[in-house]
Design a protein around this ligand. Structure first.
Ligand code: PBG
Length: 332
């Protein structure tokens, strides 16, 4: 494409003269419908508790999360992603608690769905909140065994679907898990359970605060997830991962983290034209929030960051700032 008009025929500043014009020609926008709120639920907690490494983010008890869900709906947030922080005494090497039908997350899903059936619930499929080594799967020696893990993820998926989760989100990066889970769901007649695959999930240090939040950081210690999460150096591999997951039955694919991986979001959306989500992960959120709280950055950087996801092609965004940003965009 070649544009021949030159200055002063072309003055790009004409369309920037005021906010009405700027909004009129804006190419992407952020709405409450694009925002998904992750929530941390903790066992044996009264009320709520702060998370040191995530300013403004709380852990909720099974009971207090109900008030928060109510408040989210009031603020036009209609989708949540739940993550459990279970008692360390319940963690073991195989993550058995993940398969307990009345565990924290299953009970919470049931409670929320009973009281607020209109709230869409995304449930994470992975073992890291449940294992005493903090890995997403079953270890054989020091290596996470892919196929042993698949059996457990399949069972975990079925109990989450049975509890009432609308969307299952495998975040474990095992090979073949979308196909196995999809087949299990079809067989068990959960034909409309949606699979949101964390398809291009990178081995990122930006997950640090999340591991604090679900209390898996000390379990994982210095061990790395590099044998299953993607290397930050790779882009073609993201296409390969996403293609496989779509073929295996994913309804939505996700790129994670977000802002350092905007090129990947754009590439995936343009290549596959399927619903593509992005995750503004804990480290991204905390960096921005801390600088905002310190007065070093204006609070609008949060909207700017989330808008960049939309511009890159994300259809929806998981962000810890979902509620506050939704409130902000609806009152502006
Ligand atoms: C675990 C999981 C992680 C996140 C979501 N699910 C962490 C990890 O892979 O270690 C990270 C989210 C965030 O950092 O906000 N399966």
């Amino acid at each position: 494409m070649h544009i021949d008009r030159k200055f002063p025929t072309s003055r790009l500043r004409r369309l920037r003269a005021n906010n009405t014009l700027i909004n009129l020609v804006s190419e992407s926008s952020l709405s409450s419908n694009d925002l998904i709120q992750p929530l941390f639920i903790k066992e044996n907690l009264k009320g709520t508790e702060k998370i040191d490494s995530m300013p403004g983010v709380l852990r909720y008890s099974k009971e207090s999360v109900l008030d928060e869900v109510d408040d989210l709906l009031e603020n036009n947030i209609n989708t949540i992603a739940l993550f459990p922080a279970i008692d360390s005494s319940k963690k073991d090497s195989n993550g058995n608690e993940a398969l307990n039908k009345s565990n924290l997350i299953c009970e919470s899903i049931q409670k929320i769905k009973t009281k607020f059936p209109e709230m869409l619930i995304i449930a994470d499929v992975a073992l890291d909140p449940y294992t005493d080594h903090g890995h997403d799967g079953i270890l054989k020696g020091n290596y996470v065994d892919n196929d042993l893990t698949l059996d457990v993820l399949k069972a975990q998926s079925l109990i989450l679907a049975e509890s009432g989760a609308d969307i299952l989100a495998p975040s474990d990066m095992m090979d073949g898990r979308i196909g196995i889970i999809r087949e299990a769901l079809e067989t068990a007649d959960y034909k409309n359970t949606i699979l949101l695959s964390y398809a291009a999930k990178y081995n990122s240090k930006f997950y640090g605060p999340f591991r604090d939040a679900v209390k898996s950081a000390s379990n994982l210690g210095k061990s790395s997830k590099s044998s299953y999460q993607m290397s930050p150096t790779n882009k073609d591999e993201a296409i390969h991962e996403v293609a496989i997951d779509i073929n295996e039955g994913a309804d939505i694919v996700m790129v994670k983290p977000g802002m350092p991986y905007l090129d990947i979001i754009s590439l995936i959306k343009n290549t596959f034209k399927v619903p593509t989500f992005a995750y503004q992960v804990s480290g991204e959120y905390s960096m921005l929030k801390l600088a905002i709280n310190k007065g070093w950055l204006d609070s609008d950087v949060m909207i700017e960051s989330l808008t960049s996801f939309k511009r890159a092609g994300a259809d929806a965004i998981l962000t810890y700032a979902a509620k506050e940003i939704s409130r902000e965009i609806n009152t502006k």
